[in-house]
Write a protein that binds this ligand. Structure first.
Ligand code: NDP
Length: 247
């Protein structure tokens, strides 16, 4: 299936986890890719090399999503190196958990900066260059709709902010035939949420319909669907892929 062949995508936070799986999936479909990272240059370059080995252009760009100027520069760099941008995947995200009594303002601000503000900034910069058929896909979370344990209020707030954002921006961008949607994963085995922790055991036992963690490739599959021509009529939506966590 090469319907995405020769499209050009920017994936934020592509050095590991779900972002790296999206980079690989899109590269396999013939998409030229740019990926950002903040702390993992070696791993980001490895992901880019692996994408290149699949026959596409691939570049890794250092850009802390908390820094608006760095994100704008990453979008411009992508356009210059790949010749344009058709797909933006806002994946970079942080998870700070803690009950209200001890939750720091610094963690609150960083969560908003990376999980919410960066999505707005990258989208605004990318749509300047996007043509008809453009795609914006944010990685939200099932926690936008259900947060069944203590300590997750700020993270859930950051992801539910994206639900409203895509509804509104779908209307800004619809006349240009650009779609914008969220993919809302449930627990996925990554460094942010490893499958072998005590927390994972609790989630699987108490909250999952399918009693297992998902893997990043499963999320990448839904992203590839939204990026492709078959999803041209999907916009302003939040698609959940969560093993029944929210069921
Ligand atoms: P990981 O922590 O495994 O990977 C995070 C990725 O984002 C890394 O590539 C990291 O880059 C990058 N990143 C983090 N902060 C920044 C920043 N400030 N600027 C640029 N890049 C940054 O996380 P996941 O793959 O698990 O999560 C990806 C997305 O999926 C997030 O938005 C998360 O909220 C969401 N999600 C994850 C779930 C899960 O269970 N894993 C469930 C639901 C949603 P670097 O290596 O350079 O630090």
């Amino acid at each position: 299936n090469q319907t995405l062949k020769n499209k050009r995508a920017l994936i934020t936070g592509g050095s590991r986890g779900i972002g790296a799986a999206i980079v690989k999936r899109l590269a396999r479909e013939g998409v030229h890719v740019a990926l950002t990272y903040s702390n993992s240059p070696d791993r980001a370059n490895e992901v880019a090399k692996m994408a290149q080995s699949l026959g596409v252009k691939a570049i890794a760009i250092k850009a802390d999503s908390a820094d608006a100027n760095a994100i704008i520069a990453a979008v411009e760099h992508t356009v210059k190196e790949l010749g344009g941008i058709d797909i933006l995947i806002n994946n970079a995200g942080v998870l700070a958990l803690g009950p209200i009594d001890g939750f720091s303002l610094a963690d609150f601000d960083r969560t908003i900066a990376v999980n919410v503000r960066a999505v707005f900034v990258a989208t605004q910069a990318a749509v300047k260059h996007m043509k008809e058929g453009g795609r914006i896909i944010n990685i939200g979370s099932c926690n936008a709709e259900r947060m069944p344990f203590s300590g997750g209020g700020v993270y859930a707030m950051s992801k539910s902010a994206l639900v409203g954002l895509v509804k509104g921006l779908a209307r800004d961008l619809g006349a240009r035939a650009i779609t914008i949607n969220n993919v809302q994963p449930g627990p996925i085995d990554t460094e942010m949420n490893p499958d072998n922790s005590e927390f994972a055991g609790m989630l699987k036992k108490q909250f999952m319909a399918l009693p297992r963690y998902g893997n990043a490739d499963e999320v990448a599959g839904m992203v590839a669907y939204l990026a492709g021509p078959e999803a041209a009529y999907v916009t302003g939506a939040s698609l959940t892929i969560d093993g029944g966590f929210n069921a």
